[in-house]
Design a binder for this molecule. Structure first.
Ligand code: KG4
Ligand code: ZN
Length: 339
């Protein structure tokens, strides 16, 4: 019988403290997430110092629970995989220090995981047949990147945002409209009651490039709201949300279709927090079909930050003997792929 490989994944890059055990990169034995969303909501966004302090309080109980839920002990684990970037440096250091302590104390190998690669690898759980090469659209609070996953360890960047990330645009517009943090899900909820064609917001499509730019769209939405308020007009918040969401989705889908046609790839995966957006999933699935390709996206709980994705990514690094020294440091601006 093939040996079972159990990877303990640890994640603390932003406002979720998470740990998970995944067997052979496929079977989720546990998935523990302690979220700080309600704490940061009072401040309208993540406060780094508070995030670090909360991670310190939660990291060991979360890891203990992940092992208990998996009904395993540390000696049953084959490697400890931990996010070492990108993210908030103080937050990253908490998970990284815990992982190093466990690796040192137990003699287990340490694996340093790129958080964004983790988001991409969550898709291996959604589609058992998924195999590189495929296209990936990473849309999170800090990143918007389009890349080719050439094999399990080679990522070629086609384009990325030149200003705001997609999630950041959602969060900023939500904040401007007085909606709570994080804004993406709130905009999506409001948009459900609005008309996506009501307001013709700009679709910034940078020609001859797979790069994105959302700051002009953000300003257009803010200007629209200001102008309508000054006119004393009755503003439909639902229509603003729906039309704004549609503009972002349109830009993302257009670029993905172009990239699918240019590369000839037949599968595209969605990754990062914004991948939870149902309108994006629906529009990208139909856009992909139009060019003879298929969309894969993670299940809802694996769209936002979690440690399952870290363990899955770690599993493929384990197979590649890609181990990190105990001197591994946090890298807050760790990049995804090479140009
Ligand atoms: O990947 P993630 O959980 O954290 C980062 O690594 O950044 O992504 C968080 C981002 C936030 O900007 C949040 O507003 C956005 O993902 N998001 C959404 C939705 N759910 C989360 N954006 C649009 N629609 C959603 N349903
Ligand atoms: Zn993330």
């Amino acid at each position: 019988m093939e040996k079972e490989i159990n990877i303990l994944g640890i994640e603390s890059s932003c406002d979720e403290t998470a740990a998970s055990v995944v067997r052979n990169g496929r079977d989720v034995l546990s998935n523990v997430v302690s979220t700080q969303i309600l704490i940061h909501r009072k401040f309208g966004g993540v406060v780094p110092e508070i995030a670090s302090r909360k991670h310190i309080e939660h990291i060991m109980p979360v890891i203990d629970k992940a092992l208990r839920d998996a009904q395993l002990q540390l000696q049953d684990i084959d490697a400890v995989a931990v996010t070492y970037g990108p993210g908030l440096v103080g937050a990253l250091l908490v998970g990284l220090s815990a992982a190093k302590g466990l690796a040192l104390g137990s003699g287990l190998p340490l694996i340093g995981v790129n958080h964004l690669e983790g988001h991409v690898f969550a898709n291996f759980l959604a589609d058992e047949a998924l195999k590189p090469p495929f296209l990936a659209l990473v849309v999170s609070g800090g990143h918007t990147s389009l890349l080719v996953v050439e094999d399990y360890n080679t990522f070629r960047l086609l384009g990325q945002t030149r200003d705001d990330a997609a999630g950041e645009a959602f969060d900023k517009i939500a904040r401007f409209m007085g909606l709570p943090y994080p804004g993406g899900p709130e905009i999506e909820k409001l948009a459900a009651g609005g008309n996506p064609q009501a307001i013709d917001f700009p679709r910034p499509l940078l020609p001859d490039s797979y790069d994105f730019s959302f700051s002009g769209l953000k300003s257009a939405v803010i200007n629209y709201i200001h102008t309508e308020e000054q006119r004393g007009a009755e503003l439909s918040r639902e229509n603003v949300a729906a039309s704004f969401q549609e503009a972002i989705v349109d830009v993302l889908v257009t670029k993905c279709k172009q990239a699918l046609l240019a590369t000839g790839l037949k599968k595209i995966v969605l990754a990062g927090g914004v991948s939870a957006n149902k309108r994006l999933q629906e529009a990208l699935a139909s856009g992909a079909r139009e060019v003879g390709a298929e969309l894969v996206h993670p299940t809802s709980i694996l769209c936002t930050d979690n440690a399952v994705m870290v363990a899955v990514r770690g599993y493929y690094q384990y197979l590649n003997r890609d181990f990190a020294p105990l001197s591994l440091n946090a890298d807050p601006s760790l990049k995804l792929g090479t140009l």
